[in-house]
Design a protein around this ligand. Structure first.
Ligand code: ZN
Length: 402
């Protein structure tokens, strides 16, 4: 820990429950904020200030003057700017030690897996049901928890969904309401401070989870009524037969992938207090190239092994399952782009008889893809351990890291 970060985080490190270990866990954590609006922008400020190591921001909107009454992350001069850009500039001022990753896009059912797979926890700051259900289904499939929040008029709600043993959003609301049946904030109005309160409440849950503190707000829905100055807590249970998290999994995208990435087949993100290798703390403790679960065996290959195959001219198919913008940013020469969400459609273009090496950014998406490919008869499918990031460190330093 540097002298600067020593002083910056002194007040929270002084808490015995948090301490230097909590700070280190935050530094190793990767949090995705979906929607940098009323909920996401106050949350982002506190998460950055607290020292969360990597914060991803997903938003395709620009700052509008009507946003400013509840989104004080932005100023009048930001009107017209992309929210992810304005937010990244401001957060860099709040805490330059934090890495901000901008995803200037709208989260959809098609890209949700790819966006979420590189993160440990999601903060849902969306204002559409389609995005919320897409987050829920991708989080359940990937084993990544998400902190839900919503506001309308003078009321707000908070909960944590999709933990290893807690309910998911569909356990509470099985299907989205009919379009237009629920008024939006724009139609109904909202008191500006409400999303601030709820967004900071969500940030509190994220910090607790990342640092391994306290009891997560899982299995409980908190309702806050600002006018009555009252809170109410509703117990939620996991619902048998839930289309989101029940065993009869039927919702995730792509449809054919949903079976293989439902419970138990993917790599569930466990609670920080467990010893799972996929926890932020274990990333902190291990070498960056070993951040992935240290699985051995033919379904995961070390970068050195793949490099040796290439040098020897061993026949193989090298497939990149990231998104097109990532492929443009950095790619391994000779690899073919097949984004994760299109894998099932492009299956027939791959050869089951030739070794298939799958890579992504850090090795998470590729492992989920390989699990599924093996079920589809690709017995020689293997994931590149640590993804292109490890490849850049170990094999080819000319490939930019991002
Ligand atoms: Zn459920």
């Amino acid at each position: 820990m540097t002298v600067e970060s020593d002083a910056r985080y002194a007040r929270q490190r002084r808490l015995p429950e948090f301490g230097d270990a909590g700070q280190a866990r935050l530094a190793a954590s990767r949090v995705l904020i979906v929607g940098v609006g009323g909920l996401g922008s106050p949350a982002a400020q506190y998460l950055a200030a607290a020292g969360v190591g990597t914060i991803g921001l997903v938003d395709d909107d620009v700052v509008d003057v009507s946003n400013l009454h509840r989104q004080p992350l932005y100023g009048t001069a930001d009107v017209g700017r992309a929210k992810v850009d304005a937010a990244a500039s401001r957060l860099a001022v709040v805490n330059p030690l934090v890495r901000i990753v901008r995803h200037e896009t709208r989260l959809t059912r098609e890209n949700a897996h790819a966006l979420i797979a590189d993160y440990h926890i999601v903060l849902d700051g969306t204002d559409t049901f389609s995005a919320r259900y897409a987050i829920n289904d991708a989080c359940v499939a990937l084993g990544v928890p998400f902190v839900y929040g919503s506001v309308a008029r003078f009321e707000g709600q908070v909960s944590v969904f999709a933990t290893a043993d807690g309910p998911c959003y569909r356990c509470l609301f099985p299907e989205p309401p009919a379009p237009g049946s629920v008024p939006t904030c724009a139609e109904e109005g909202v008191l500006g401070v409400l999303p601030g309160l709820i967004g900071v409440w969500q940030a509190t849950e994220v910090l607790k989870w990342c640092a391994g503190l306290g009891a997560p707000l899982s299995g409980r829905l908190v309702l806050f009524d600002a006018l009555g100055a009252r809170t109410q807590e509703i117990r939620l249970a996991r619902r048998a037969g839930c289309a989101g998290c029940g065993m009869s999994h039927s919702v995730s995208h792509p449809a054919s992938l949903s079976q293989s990435v439902s419970h138990g087949m993917s790599q569930p993100m466990s609670h920080p207090m467990s010893q799972s290798m996929s926890h932020p703390m274990s990333q902190f403790m291990s070498h960056p190239t070993e951040a992935e679960p240290a699985a051995s065996g033919p379904d995961v290959l070390a970068p050195e092994t793949v490099a040796a195959w290439r040098a020897a001219g061993t026949p193989m198919q090298l497939v990149d399952v990231r998104e097109p913008w990532e492929h443009r940013t950095a790619a391994i020469a000779g690899s073919r782009l097949v984004p994760f969400g299109t894998l099932s459609e492009q299956l027939d273009t791959l050869d089951r008889t030739v070794p298939l090496v799958v890579y992504c950014h850090r090795g998470t998406r590729s492992r989920v893809a390989v699990d599924w490919l093996r079920e589809q008869g690709f017995a020689q499918a293997a994931s590149l351990r640590g993804g292109i990031d490890a490849w850049s460190v170990v094999v080819d330093a000319t490939i930019p890291r991002y």
